[in-house]
Design a protein around this ligand. Structure first.
Ligand code: 1PR
Length: 528
């Protein structure tokens, strides 16, 4: 019997779906005894080291896990699960890990690189193994700010290492015990194949392949993301739509570019590195009542094994019966439905306004609450900025840039005003104030839209992307304006954006995702 250790944090649905897709049955562990007695145990991990360890200890699972490891019964840990094997973590000082591997879990240095590491990277196998038997060097999906350090006393555990600023432990294996920092359940068909190797009772050992030459470092790929803006049309059907500068109506009708579940599956099969759903009317329709959106996520995660982000309406809410839902409640529901990340738009602006006014981290905002439980990497901020032109930086107290695209009256400067409610309302916050505040409060990634470019096919706003990229150290997803493959090459060669997102060109089948990747490869841009 295959059991899954679900301790109530993060998206475990994808692991279950992955196992079921492989033709196996999987059930959740109900007691510490089952942790010890089951045939195969999968221990997935998302979230904060301190929260995870606390839940493992209070449920009696921590001791049971240590016993299982000492008894060498098959166990596969994923992500934070690998980190719990260590003695302690910089993420939660004073909290003890399971302590089966010596050494510490450390934080990546964000003065040198974007933290979290979010994306597809390679691994370098160090020894023969069951897990990596037949592994052919494909990139795998990582999402983490902390990593297991390599020290002399843990070398016997190391199965593979990866480079991200520093070289860190990306997989461990000893006997029947294995754990990986990447997410096999989010690493497409190759990741599922790895899960399969864990489930098979094969004793075959081999040293998996690596894409790296001896001594060469691994590199994270630039991600290509397909975005599905979703809303109900006038007939009440949930459809994928697409706006021109956020106007999704054509001759009065909501544009219908397809069905969300089918389109997401198509993009997965075509090689999208991630898929994002934005419920674009979420700010006015409370999403917990919006069961179709949850159903979209549940259905999609049955067949799509790359990361899924969901945005729209992630904020606190009191329903007509007076029942209060915190933003954390709303986000949790989405994580349980199969989301790996949630994206906050309008509410992030309100949170930033409050933070800019008080300078206090109350711990109560949506960003702080969700980040604390699920980790920074699960909290994306979707920004909807629009240009405001000025003649001189002295004309405003906002962060300005000198622009090569002058304003309608020849203005040479502009700032980027944040908007809420799908661009309907401008706020007195600029894009730098917003993104820096959100980073300080615990957000892990910025989805940088651009109302001026959205749906225009005229290319990404490189000035905006550089402006934000230089101001923060969390990853930036460039969005809005992609019209041809060269635009992706351009955004990755002229900015340090970690990912590029597009909607219209993919929905209208103007450019296959494959062609984007091919053009990137020809320009020596690291791709999956
Ligand atoms: O404010 O937390 O409820 O979130 C609402 C979310 O919905 C926000 O992330 C906001 O960006 C999005 N949204 C709201 N209204 C619209 C609209 O279009 N009327 N969509 C909208 C924004 C922008 C991108 C788009 C890219 C790429 N869409 O997601 O996909 O611009 O398009 P392109 O490649 O075709 O140029 P909340």
């Amino acid at each position: 019997m295959i059991k899954l250790l679900d301790y109530g944090a993060g998206n475990v649905r994808s692991v279950k779906n992955g196992i079921r897709k492989l033709g196996y049955d999987i059930e959740e562990v109900q007691s510490p005894d089952e942790i010890i007695s089951c045939e195969k145990l999968i221990f997935p991990g998302v979230g904060n080291f301190g929260v995870v360890m606390h839940r493992l200890r209070e449920s009696g699972y921590a001791e049971a896990l240590i016993k299982r490891i000492h008894e060498n019964k098959p166990l596969l840990g994923i992500c934070v699960a690998l980190q719990t094997f260590f003695e302690e973590s910089e993420e939660a000082p004073g909290v003890k890990g399971l302590g089966v591997i010596s050494g510490k879990v450390r934080r990546f240095d964000d003065s040198l690189l974007s933290v979290p590491q979010i994306g597809w990277n390679n691994i370098k196998p160090h020894k023969e193994s069951k897990l990596l038997h037949d592994y052919d060097g494909e990139k795998l999906y990582f999402v983490h700010s902390y990593y297991g350090e390599i020290v002399g006393s843990n070398k016997s555990w190391i199965l593979a290492t990866t480079d991200y600023g520093t070289e860190f432990i990306s997989a461990v294996e000893k006997g029947n015990i294995a754990a990986v920092q990447f997410h096999p359940e989010k690493s497409g068909a190759k990741g599922l194949a790895m899960l399969h190797r864990f489930l098979l009772n094969s004793e075959k050992l081999s040293r998996g392949k690596t894409a790296q030459r001896a001594g060469e470092k691994t590199n994270i790929a630039k991600r290509v993301i397909a975005c599905l803006d979703v809303r109900s049309n006038d007939e009440g059907d949930l459809v994928v739509t697409k706006g021109d500068q956020y106007d999704v109506r054509e001759e009065g009708e909501v544009r219908n570019l397809g069905m969300p579940v089918e389109l997401a599956k198509r993009y997965y099969e075509e090689g999208a590195d991630e898929i994002t759903f934005l419920n674009i009317t979420g700010f006015r329709d409370f999403p917990m009542n919006d069961q179709p959106m949850l159903a979209v996520l549940e259905k999609t995660s049955e067949n799509v094994f790359v990361p899924l982000t969901i945005g729209g309406g992630i904020q606190e809410f009191t329903d007509i019966n007076g029942k209060h839902y915190s933003a954390l409640d709303v986000a949790s529901r989405y994580f349980r439905a199969g989301a790996d990340k949630i994206s906050i738009g309008s509410n992030a602006v309100a949170v930033a306004e409050q933070y800019l006014k008080t300078g206090v981290r109350s711990g109560l905002s949506s960003i702080e609450q969700i980040s604390k439980v699920y980790g920074a990497q699960a909290v994306v901020i979707s920004v909807d900025p629009r240009r405001v032109y000025v003649n001189s930086p002295a004309d405003t107290d906002k962060h300005t840039i000198k622009t090569n695209n002058p304003g309608p009256n020849g203005e040479k400067y502009c700032w980027f005003q944040c908007t809420v409610k799908g661009g309907r309302e401008g706020r007195n916050v600029d894009v730098i104030e917003l993104t820096q505040s959100c980073e300080a409060l615990g957000a892990g990634e910025i989805l940088l839209n651009c109302i001026d470019r959205d749906g225009t096919n005229s290319g990404f706003d490189l000035e905006l992307i550089n402006h934000v990229r230089e101001a923060i150290s969390i990853p930036v997803i460039a969005s809005s304006g992609a019209g041809k493959v060269d635009h992706f090459v351009e955004v990755f060669t002229h900015t340090r954006a970690e990912a590029a997102l597009a909607a219209g060109i993919f929905h209208r089948r103007e450019i296959p995702i494959d062609s984007v990747k091919e053009a990137m490869r020809q320009s020596d841009i690291e791709t999956r």
